[in-house]
Design a protein around this ligand. Structure first.
Ligand SMILES: [Zn+2]
Length: 218
């Protein structure tokens, strides 16, 4: 089921308190319109009814794409991440066993953008571990050209149906890098045989996992 509650948000401009619907969990089988609302971020957009000011509200929640047995937990703090991990893997071992028996794909991410990236990857039928390895290669090639760019972040996107890597530096959009099926397939051939099934891997698939896969030290 989906779970939502209405909270009170203070408008950053006119300072009036306004109601805002916050989702604790989203089940896209029950609320199919929420899938596109998460992907285009409209689910998190607050619009002040008094002055029209808009801003995004950032909060952690569970994204459950039940029709594809995909669960992505967005943890927006270290404590939240620890709690979710413990709940899934430690507190009740039955929980994770049941989910894995049902062939669930489970991920824990640390930002709304990473959550959206995972949805794009899985919607495109791709393997997020291979995409992370691919991103590492893109990162290295950009870093070679722009060693002065600090805090660079690369995200896979398939908005408007076009697969691409979007590059951010210190939170600012810098541009995009073309995605190539040939490179993706080559990376699959190189790495997939030594990896467990996509649905049986650890829930944290990001740069550290990519480095492990490529054989670098943790
Ligand atoms: Zn306002």
């Amino acid at each position: 089921m989906s779970k939502r509650r209405t909270i009170s948000v203070t408008c950053p401009k006119c300072k009036e308190k306004q109601p805002f619907v916050m989702w604790e969990s989203i089940n896209t089988a029950l609320d199919p319109e929420m899938k596109s609302a998460v992907k285009d971020q409209s689910a998190f957009l607050f619009t002040c009814p008094t002055c029209g000011t808009q801003n995004y509200i950032d909060y952690g929640f569970l994204y459950h794409q039940m029709e594809d047995q995909i669960m992505i937990h967005y943890a927006n703090s270290d404590e939240d991440e620890k709690e979710i991990y413990q709940f899934l893997y430690e507190d009740s071992d039955k929980m994770i066993q049941e989910l894995l028996k049902a062939n669930y794909l489970i991920r824990i991410v640390r930002s709304q953008n990473e959550l959206r990236e995972k949805i794009f990857i899985f919607d495109e039928g791709l393997d997020d571990r291979i995409i992370e390895v691919y991103k590492l290669l893109v990162f290295v090639s950009i870093h070679d050209d722009h060693p002065e760019w600090n805090d660079m972040k690369i995200l896979f996107s398939a908005a408007d149906g076009k697969r691409t890597f979007v590059v951010f530096v210190e939170g600012n959009l810098m541009g995009s890098v073309d995605y190539s099926d040939t490179i993706y397939n080559t990376l699959c051939e190189k790495h997939l045989t030594k990896l467990p099934d996509l649905r049986n891997d650890i829930p944290f698939i990001e740069v550290r996992r990519a480095m492990e896969i490529m054989g670098f030290e943790k």
